[in-house]
Design a protein around this ligand. Structure first.
Ligand code: DC
Length: 232
């Protein structure tokens, strides 16, 4: 039997601000190591989408909690982590959760303590079997403080906005670079200043500034780290 925390049981936590490259890197690392990939931001986004569809205000904590109690999030087994989808109540909402109206509201939803408590509980359940790369804002600090490897990705605001802008363009979602930059700056502020689990690196996280690095270079650093610790 594999030793806990080694090889296919490995648990990797990747945190960082919007646009730092978390999901790209997490998917690639998961693919390289044959691990599952869970995007926890997608859960906050899916709840935000459901609130927008249901007419529940994103500042209405009681309404959100009630909505969450009636929501089911699933990450179906994917052919590869690159294609990992999220289902909300059985519907694939992977594309809709990236819409600007969701991005604008999601930080408010993620500020509600009871929403966080419930989603953190689900995230721990998803990771309980090990063999996972999980990305978010509080994975190394709150969700999986015992993770084998903790990475905190950063990049300059300009670079993060540029990446998010290109991503939206590729998906045909209209937005200007300036709008994206303002939205990311506003989200950074809310995520860093919220009372419950503000965005911060775990004391034992390895911080990687991805501003001038390609995804392949970042992945190589993480794989190197896993090997160095005898966990690759
Ligand atoms: O990574 P993302 O842009 O998809 O995250 C969407 C929002 O969800 C972001 O504003 C912060 C929040 N979030 C969080 O508070 N905790 C997580 N573990 C993941 C995301």
């Amino acid at each position: 039997m594999a030793q806990r925390g080694k090889g296919k049981d490995l648990v990797i936590a990747i945190d960082g601000p919007a646009g730092a490259g978390k999901s790209t890197i997490a998917r690639l690392v998961a693919a390289r190591l044959g691990l599952r990939y869970i995007d926890t931001g997608a859960m906050y986004r899916a709840l935000t989408l459901k609130a927008l569809r249901s007419g529940v205000d994103c500042d209405d904590a009681a309404g959100l909690i009630e909505l969450l109690a009636r929501s089911k999030f699933e990450f179906p087994v994917a052919s590869s982590p690159e294609n990992q989808a999220i289902l909300l109540d059985g519907e694939d909402v992977s594309a809709q959760i990236r819409l600007p109206e969701v991005s604008q509201k999601v930080s408010r939803v993620a500020m509600v303590p009871q929403v966080r408590r419930e989603l953190v509980r689900s995230q721990r359940e998803l990771a309980a079997q090990g063999g996972i790369v999980m990305d978010g804002r509080d994975i190394g600090t709150v969700v999986l403080p015992e993770a084998d490897i903790k990475i905190f990705l950063t990049a300059s605001l300009e670079e993060r906005a540029r990446r998010r802008f290109l991503e939206l363009q590729q998906k045909g979602i209209p937005a200007t670079l300036d709008e994206v930059k303002r939205e990311i700056a506003a989200r950074d502020k809310l995520d860093a200043e919220r009372e419950v689990s503000p965005l911060q690196a775990a004391p034992d996280a390895v911080i990687i500034d991805t501003t001038a690095l390609t995804p392949a270079e970042v992945v190589a650093q993480i794989i190197h780290l896993c090997c160095e610790r005898g966990e690759g």
